[in-house]
Design a protein. Structure first.
Length: 530
């Protein structure tokens, strides 16, 4: 295999193009960041209690409601605003002082989003909101948006978001047919059933091992740094709802997803686990049939895979534009105030991810993959940088496959099997993140988790990460299951949502890096076995 893609032959290497695009996008994003908006003074708040529960209502001097949030009980209110609940006298209606008010508005094509940051009697609170247009916003926010129209900065942000979404759609367009053709080609290339069994067992063993190591790293660091001790969890950010699933239900649902009732519907809907299992079975039975029919089917999928790789190469050539656009929007839409509140939490997640990616995985690549970790990292850098900017391992899969085969020289037989499976079930970064986040919430709410409960958190995070989709923010949805496992409040996710995009970008890169390292390990073991 060549050490570079064809698009690099007459110009700058792809990883340098993407890196430069990230820097340019970040600088533009910083320059067009809309910053904080001065909120009209006179906002008041009150806690209202009645038979229906508790309601927190914030009202502007004009009488327009700035924010209203209802809780089913006093306990639910205390989960979201623990410090404020301590100051509540229990009266049917109690005034709350509002101070340090800040707001942000970010425009994109067809939508407007923002955040409302303030303090309630000294307790910080953050609320995020979004709407399809300014006209769909509540009266207060509509008025504020009309007073602060998008302008040049909003136009740049809107264009960047649109370009980034177009690039992401192009990546997703080639992902499903690429997975289908590459997996079938890879399985038929393995030949006998025994070769398939060895490949599957090695791949699964690697994924379980690295996930356990990642979770262990997160647990150790979060217990050493203790980012949640003394932290105040701002309330008001609406937590994602948890699915009514326990651990057993998750496992059962994953098994069901392995058997699609309609393979064509699974392909159309992008159900990766179903697509993978169907492709593996189809490849196996092509080998079982053999003869003239087996040869024709094998050659058909080999030809289809070659066409998809060519199409993928064209999409990849657009990566610098897409990455720059993503970085403009990501940088322009993130406020800085919230990062001070969660600095220790973010640092803990980042250090744990860093240790796993620059210590644990490189050692595995060196010892078991028989490769130079630095050289392998350089080969994979375009995929890792794209994963960072898009925060989607599924969308990055075409680029990952291209880097593994064209730049790292790993056989298609290995990459076509290991990578699609990894993008679906191997989520080292997600599992690590969920453990640290849950432990942070436990520490911040003075909920002392025993060693046994921490093991439950670790095991649940491992299983839940398998069920996490390879899309932005998927880890937040699965985190609700981990919180439920040890009885922690789901509402505490609210503040974490504010910084999740930044951490999501980091953990997605780790997910893709782990998948890539798995290719090196499985390839090396297959060569040695041969």
């Amino acid at each position: 295999m060549a050490d570079a893609t064809s698009s690099e032959k007459n110009g700058l290497a792809l990883h340098w193009q993407i890196l430069i695009a990230m820097i340019i996008g970040t600088v533009i994003g910083v320059l067009v960041n809309p910053g904080e908006i001065e909120v009209p003074s006179g906002v008041t708040a009150k806690i209202v209690s009645n038979a229906a529960g508790v309601q927190l209502v914030e009202t502007a001097a004009s009488g327009d409601v700035v924010h209203s949030e209802s809780f089913a009980s006093k306990e639910a209110f205390a989960d979201s605003f623990p410090k404020l609940a301590e100051q509540w006298t229990g009266d049917a209606e109690q005034a709350v002082e509002v101070s340090d008010m800040r707001a942000r508005l970010v425009y994109s094509l067809g939508s407007v989003s923002g955040s409302w940051q303030r303090s309630h009697d000294g307790v910080p609170a953050v609320t995020t909101f979004s709407a399809g247009s300014v006209e769909q916003l509540p009266t207060f926010w509509k008025s504020l948006a009309n007073d602060h129209p998008p302008g040049f900065a909003g136009t740049v942000t809107t264009v960047a978001k649109a370009l980034g979404d177009l690039f992401l759609r192009l990546l997703k367009m080639v992902t499903v047919p690429l997975i289908l053709t590459s997996l079938i080609t890879g399985v038929t290339g393995l030949g006998s059933q025994g070769n398939f069994g060895r490949m599957f067992s090695k791949t699964l063993g690697y994924y379980v091992l690295t996930s356990v190591l990642a979770i262990s790293t997160g647990l150790v660091l979060v217990n050493i740094i203790k980012p949640g001790v003394g932290a105040v969890l701002p309330g008001g950010g609406k937590a994602l709802e948890a699915a009514d699933q326990g651990l057993t239900e998750i496992i059962y649902q994953q098994i069901l997803r392995l058997i699609p009732t309609n393979p064509f519907a699974a392909i159309a809907e992008g159900e990766f686990l179903s697509i993978i299992s169907f492709a593996i079975m189809l490849g196996l039975f092509i080998n079982f049939v053999g003869g003239e029919h087996g040869t024709r089917m094998r050659e058909f999928f080999e030809s289809a895979f070659a066409v998809m790789m060519k199409m993928t190469g064209w999409v990849i050539s657009l990566a610098p534009i897409g990455v720059a656009a993503f970085m403009v929007y990501a940088t322009a839409s993130q406020g800085l105030a919230i990062f001070g509140t969660l600095a220790w939490y973010m640092l803990t997640v980042f250090l744990a991810l860093l240790f796993h990616s620059v210590v644990t995985l490189p050692i595995i690549v060196k010892v078991f993959g028989k490769r130079s970790p630095l050289a392998y990292l350089k080969n994979m850098s375009p995929a890792l940088l794209t994963a960072f900017s898009t925060a989607s391992s599924n969308a990055t899969l075409p680029l990952t496959m291209n880097c593994v085969e064209e730049r790292a020289g790993i056989s298609n037989k290995t990459s076509s099997f290991v990578l699609p499976l990894g993008a679906t079930i191997n989520m080292d970064g997600t599992a690590l993140y969920e453990v640290v986040a849950v432990m942070f919430i436990a520490q911040a709410t003075s909920y002392d988790l025993t060693f046994a409960q921490q093991i439950i958190v670790a095991f649940t995070a491992l299983i839940a990460s398998v069920g996490a989709a390879g899309i932005p923010h998927a880890g937040l949805v699965m985190m609700a299951i981990v919180l439920q496992a040890v009885g922690l409040p789901l509402e505490a996710q609210g503040i974490i949502i504010a910084v999740d995009r930044v951490l999501d970008m980091c953990r997605t890169s780790v997910n893709v890096w782990s998948d890539s390292c798995g290719c090196a390990v499985v390839e090396s073991s297959s060569v040695n076995a041969a």
